[in-house]
Design a protein around this ligand. Sequence first.
Ligand code: COA
Length: 378
Amino acid sequence: MTNVDVKYGLAGVMADDTAVSKVMPEINSLTYRGYKVQDLATQCRFEEVAYLIWNGELPNQAQLDAFNAAEKKERGISADVLSVMRLFNKNAHPMDTLRTAVSFLGQEDATTDDSSPEGLMAKSIRMYAKLPEIVAADFRLRNGKEPIAPTKVLAFSENFFHMCFGKVPEPEIIKCFDISMTLYAEHSFNASTFTARTIASSTSDIYSAVTGAIGSLKGPLHGGANEAVMHMLTEVGSPEVAKDWMLDALATKKKIMGFGHRVYRSGDSRVPTMTEAYKKMVDVIGTDEAKKYWDMSRILDETMVGEKGIYPNLDFPAGPAYYLMGFEIPMFTPIFVVSRITGWTAHVMEQLANNKLVRPLSHYVGPPQRPVTVLADR
Ligand code: COA
């Protein structure tokens, strides 16, 4: 019908330059600012990785202390945000409430349109500091509990657990969460990041870019997959039936959540690190339930890889890991946002430093140009 080469889903299109991260499927690697994500996840705290993503280099101790102090200073959401959150529909998805709350943060910032490098960095740290509290407060409010205020005494990940549950769990659980924060932080031009860059390219404000990115991440083909994985594990129910469940799902051509990736074709570079952290956490928790989810995960993974050669993506180990940490399933994608805010905002800064309005062409397939014919019986 046509010889126009349309790149559906922009697959294979190089849309811009970036120095933030590099996905290298051919050697199964992902780097942030040149550092392997596996090394960052195991050797650095998420705070150091956030600094790296925004500033291009890992911090020395003085830089890290100043950065953490800036984040802690921004902890605490306004009474207005909290009172708006109390009005939220308790049955709405937490991604919808988070999207609304971030939009609200934008309108309460008197300098929302300040897109100078300093302004963008200040707003990025503001969202990085406040998003965990919004996610935690929303979780508590929808369960009929009062929000717990952040404490400046605790580090980033510990403070998030404190605001959700009023206590900090064992170090292995914190480590697993912190690793997931690093692994989820950045992944080049995925749908939500490209959404953020596209919004920024019109020189709109950074809160609008993040609000749009949250909407994009919500989709089950993108960030929503970590929730879908847990729904799948709940449906499977036990390790004994896991293999047959998978064989049946494949026979009936079901899309298996947590498997496959647009870029990685022979395995997601983030999965081994996350799986190892998930396993260590399962061993520390030590309950039959924890072991059950671990065994199910292993069997589903082996069966999928064996039958189809399609490998798990990061959402596959992250979903059950978050569940065993005590988070409700609809919180999983908001938790992803708590991390990805770093990557999105780094991309907004990069986009605006060398901006070109994003405006692709479309291949028109509708009727040809024609005269208006007024219908007699209009
Ligand atoms: N379950 C079953 N089959 C899958 C699959 C999955 N999760 N992922 C890919 N496939 C199959 C496709 O059906 C297709 O088979 P076909 O050639 O017989 O039609 C083949 O593998 C190629 O897949 P394709 O749809 O071209 O891959 P894509 O690059 O367009 O899609 C995803 C990538 C991520 C959208 C896709 O793998 C998916 O939907 N995965 C589940 C959702 C998920 O986990 N998303 C998180 C991504 S980080």
